[in-house]
Write a protein of this length. Sequence first.
Length: 561
Amino acid sequence: MSVYDRTHPAKRQSAALTDGVDRAPARAMLKGAGFTDDDLAKPLIGVATTWIETMPCNLNHRLLARYVKQGIRLAGGTPLEFNTISVSDGVSMGTAGMRASLVSREVIADSIELVARGHLFDGLVCIVGCDKTIPAAVMALARLDLPGLVLYGGSIAPGRYRGKDVTIQDVFEVVGAHAAGTATDGEVHALESAACPGAGACGGMYTANTMATLLDFLGVSAPGLNEIPAAHPGKPQAAVKAGELATKLVLEDTRPSSILTREAFENAIAAIAATGGSTNGVLHLLAIAAEAGVELTLDDFDTISARTPIVADIKPGGRYVATDLFRAGGVGLVARELVEAGIAHADVRGVDGRTLAEVAAAVRERPGQDVVLSWDDPLKPTGGLAILRGNLAPEGCVVKLAGHERLHHRGPARVFDSEEACFAAVKARAIVPGDVVVIRYEGPAGGPGMREMLHVTAALVGEGLGDEVALVTDGRFSGATHGLMVGHIAPEAFRGGPIALLRDGDTVVLDVEARRLDVEMDEAELERRRAKWRQPEPRHTSGVFAKYAATVGSASEGART
């Protein structure tokens, strides 16, 4: 038999790239990159990393890629590594650079898709870290419907400061304490120098760990691999296992479309609710579901969260960090409680072939752990988020309920047309108890990019106002945000949403139990203001931000382009 006649049955895509006499030029190029005839005769599996040197979150990806590729080779595939971008939420927070964060989700998904289609990969492993890389990778997998999985690079270890575990959340909050005169320059510097001790994504149940957790419940990650911290000695072996499993999926032709079912998405929503996770999970799951062709709405989050207890005592609302959850027994503890409570779909299978019930049954709990509590004696009887509507948010908005007990607030609006203007007022101590802080023109199109408001929310907490004010915005919140904060207001101000019509002193009412966000104003006055409103000039008229603003959809539908 000629060397040109060999075709591996699992080379469902790549055979068109590598097999036969006509493909000699392509093979010549690939041989120049170091691949052999034997390599090219096997299924080609892309290994996408989001390595970047601008943050600790993705810093270990090149190392992990080496081990993923080892696993692929051991299982009979040929790995081809490639890189895409990432934008650090934590580093860019509070600056114009934060506008690039959500935009990057679309760019990452598009770039993974382009490389996979351009090089006819048979399968895919995506190594992810900082916030937008995780949903972007799943969006790309869903679009491509290629066998594959996602591997999270792992959580950062907590820092130590004055005998306590600290995270980046503490650094943001000490900025507010400094403005209030309760922290010195030296204390700020000492904390910032201790909070992030090495590689890994932010350490609480912030957006990265929220998304990494729900990947297990969605089924696109193998349970037990993501939760291993970035610096843990077991992480390289987890990467080998991910590579082996991805190759197995290719050989068996197990595709994301068989994993990403409606039931899997409902399990993922329950995981967000049960862990007090980031409101960004709402935005990203809506976007992933749309790519997967699964019908999902804002109301699904409210319904599932209302029946799901918070069982994980993790920052920002709780006491512990993600590495504590790992040591306690891992994400499987949360799965166990949701299965025992009858909340999760126990028979849903993930990429490793196990059902959620099997994952729950296999968990090894550390004796005496209190990071995850029993479902019938939870931290709170209902989940960590709710969906509100009203005359300020006709298409809906998201409120985070974990980490505080407040369900109602009525007060005068303090209106700001940018995050910077609001932060200046907070720093000047111009916000007073009872205020409803309104930050608008920060939505998907208006920002553009729907910035997170951790710079502001953490400063409010640091000043001691976290339990005294409410904040509403058409932007987003970091997973590290806690307090009575409402985000994702839709329609956004830039597209004429009612939040654009607010003025200083208007009375805003937030009623979580009634699921309402309203301004106390008759419709006639709103209409008079609407008739006078004019859309502001866009902040960007060219480049990627202008392109994004022109094509992005509503936050209520995942802010997809």
